[in-house]
Write a protein that binds this ligand. Sequence first.
Ligand code: 13P
Ligand code: SF4
Length: 336
Amino acid sequence: MTTTLDQDLTPYGGVEADADWAARVRELARKRDAVLLAHNYQVPEIQDIADFTGDSLALSRIAASSDASTIVFCGVHFMAETAKILAPEKTVLIPDARAGCSLADSITGAQLREWKSEHPGAVVVSYVNTTAEVKAETDICCTSSNAVDVVASIPADQEVLFLPDQFLGAHVKRVTGRENMHVWAGECHVHAGINGAELAAQAEENPDADLFIHPECGCATSALYLAGEGAVAPERVKILSTGDMVHAARDTKATSVLVATEIGMIHQLRKAAPEIDFRAVNDRASCRYMKMITPAALLRSLTEGADEVHVDPETASRARASVQRMIEIGQPGGGE
Ligand code: 13P
Ligand code: SF4
């Protein structure tokens, strides 16, 4: 699934997420023996109707262990594909198969094969935001919540190729102190757009706020710089996956939190800690692909059994080991 500029990405519309809609969705899901999974960046109505809302690691683990015969993945295409790789015997549906990911599109299988040929023997660690073809060329997948643990599990003398997100890669390199790690220069256009200048200005205006920062953000390095310079107390800067943000919201003593990630996250955070004032560092940081999973798209999906996700069995079987290792490493993700 690659996204092209000339593709029509107009979301399915015309359905209101009222009580009638919710009742029809629940009834259709029951009839299909379907579990509804929603990523933290989904619109609030979808998060609220799902059986589980969480981060990409938690949702992958639930997909692998669920008893339901159908998984309806309210997220983007690589997430649904990952569920299909882990549970090939299940029917996996995504409410709109056009919901791609610009980060996953930043490296192809052919590009990865060429990169590997330049570093024979290196261990390939791919972020879960990749296509099945790239996962099939990968040794271990990771998500933002276990990337550090995954890289730390690799013997120190082995070279690592980390892809495709350069900001997450820089974060992992910083935390593990690993020198023999090469990082692909990809980025997510939504997170890369949350920049250090915006963060610094808001941190100055809100000196007591915690900073929750997703490691895909362009501002992650700036946040640590601000902490290093004393502009923000170091213990207030938290680099977290979306699921870990929910855990941190429950644990923090702060009364306000600046959130640097896709804006869908704010809904889960407010539910977890209604007394805290959560503010988006960039309130335009909205992923158009995540927002394609509309109430209309979900209803259509459950009514028509669409869009079904298929992964070529040979590619899936090559990708499975790397994804399996991903779900085995690290703490429970948020949402489990
Ligand atoms: P999490 O793994 O933190 O849920 O982030 C996934 C992501 O970036 C999807 O865009
Ligand atoms: Fe991909 Fe970025 Fe959207 Fe996440 S927010 S799905 S990384 S484009």
